[in-house]
Write a protein that binds this ligand. Structure first.
Ligand code: NIG
Ligand code: FE
Length: 414
């Protein structure tokens, strides 16, 4: 475990080469090296290229060497939108939705997010650590090496901080890199019922404390009809930006609401969900370089129409894919499920889906300069498949094709 590792003889090294988000047609370029090798030294990628050329005369004694004959090597996946730290579960809501209730019906009658808020407030940090760690282990097994995680099941300062601190602690003991997002404006808690403006003021008061304790890199809000308005979202996110937070926004999930346009206006790093994003909003996001993060597992679980992934790419967007793992709208961390839905129902090509999970996922967490591709100087985060091509990921539908996961040059799953 010294971060020195060589992967050689790979049927293909899918480099996804690049240092920024890929927009529109650029998403088709995976920059594949056949019969490739990757050299990682002290956790960083030192070289990538043809296996024979790269290793000719190279002294491998200080390196762990993996022979990847008949296997494909990819960058570690970036799951750029999750809510993986939460207490309790909501299986009944899934059954109610099958019966015909909508996500918003359940939320409006006091279930939904409020249910998880209660359970998360009641959970000890140790309990949250324990479930969080298990979820991270599962994500790692799917090839995810970097994950974004949101607070938002506290909705009071103490519990929001508890969630964010759990993520920080998990980051110290787990190989996964965790990027924390403050989502204090996830819903209005019961004690503020009917006083949403006052609650937004309270969340704004939480921001400096979160900033002072360096607990979150991003600020996010659920901008949606009957949750938080565009005006409230603009107010909170503008203040967050002033304080140095990068921005994300849950936008246009259930109804067309102007969230995509707001993301472009504020220069958000990403806008997420976007099932109902307008043509204008899509144009604005493409023009201002907002990463459009699509979460097909959520549309699937809620039986909502899928976001217009094909249209977004054709109109120049940089699309990322993520799971949205959470206890309500999508209790799944399955990368194979996401790829299946993105290709079969959002009409992404296999190449675009891989770009969306790697370099564009990295861009969605503002790390395209460090992770998301197999380029010299980047972090040594790799996935080795049990098959010779990335195309097996959509093709072997719904099944995990990941055999080995490498984080900073060490094998962390096999
Ligand atoms: O991204 N849309 C809002 N937030 C989450 C769901 C949270 C929940 O239901 O617990 C989402 O889908
Ligand atoms: Fe979400």
């Amino acid at each position: 475990m010294n971060g020195n590792l060589i992967v050689k003889n790979a049927a293909q090294v899918v480099t996804c080469s690049g240092f920024k988000a890929k927009q529109g047609p650029e998403m088709s370029d995976l920059s594949i090296i056949d019969n490739g090798a990757v050299i990682i030294e002290a956790g960083k990628i030192k070289a990538v290229g043809d296996s024979f050329d790269l290793l000719k005369g190279f002294d491998t004694r200080e390196f762990e060497v993996i022979d990847a004959t008949r296997k494909a090597v990819l960058p570690g996946f970036v799951d750029s939108h999750t809510h993986f730290v939460f207490g309790g579960y909501r299986p009944d809501e899934f059954a109610w939705r099958l019966r015909g209730d909508s996500y918003m019906d359940i939320m409006n009658r006091g279930g939904g997010i409020a249910n998880s808020v209660q359970a998360t407030r009641n959970a000890s940090p140790e309990e949250l650590m324990q479930v969080g760690q298990k979820r991270l282990d599962s994500m790692l097994s799917f090839g995810v090496t970097t994950v974004e995680g949101k607070s938002g099941y506290g909705l009071d300062l103490g519990t929001e901080i508890k969630q964010l601190k759990v993520m920080k602690e998990l980051g110290k003991i787990h190989p996964m890199d965790i990027i924390p997002t403050f989502l204090g404006a996830h819903a209005t808690p019961p004690e503020f019922k009917g006083r949403t403006d006052q609650f937004i003021d309270l969340v704004m008061e939480m921001l400096p404390e979160i900033e002072k304790q360096q607990l979150a890199e991003f600020c996010d809000i659920f901008c949606e009809k009957n949750v938080f308005s565009v005006e409230q979202s603009r107010k909170l996110l503008s203040r967050a930006k002033e304080l140095g937070f990068k921005l994300k926004i849950h936008a246009d999930e259930i109804v067309q609401f102007g969230g995509a346009e707001l993301a472009a206006e504020l220069g958000a790093v990403s806008a997420d969900h976007l099932l109902q994003a307008s043509d204008q909003g899509i144009k604005d996001m493409a023009g201002s370089g907002v990463v459009t993060t699509l979460l097909p597992g959520t549309a699937f679980s809620l039986k909502e129409p899928y976001a217009r992934g094909r249209y977004m790419i054709d109109n120049g967007c940089a699309v990322a894919l993520a799971t949205d793992l959470n206890p309500g709208s999508c209790f799944s961390e399955s990368i194979p499920l996401i790829v299946a839905l993105a290709t079969l129902y959002m009409h992404l090509t296999p190449e675009e889906a891989i770009t969306a999970l790697t370099i564009n996922g990295a861009a969605a967490v503002d790390r395209a300069d460090r992770i998301g591709s197999i380029d010299k100087g980047k972090q040594g985060d790799l996935v080795i498949l049990e098959f010779p091509s990335y195309r097996f990921i959509p093709y072997h539908v719904g099944v995990n094709t990941v055999e080995t996961v490498i984080k900073k040059g060490d094998v962390v799953f096999s």
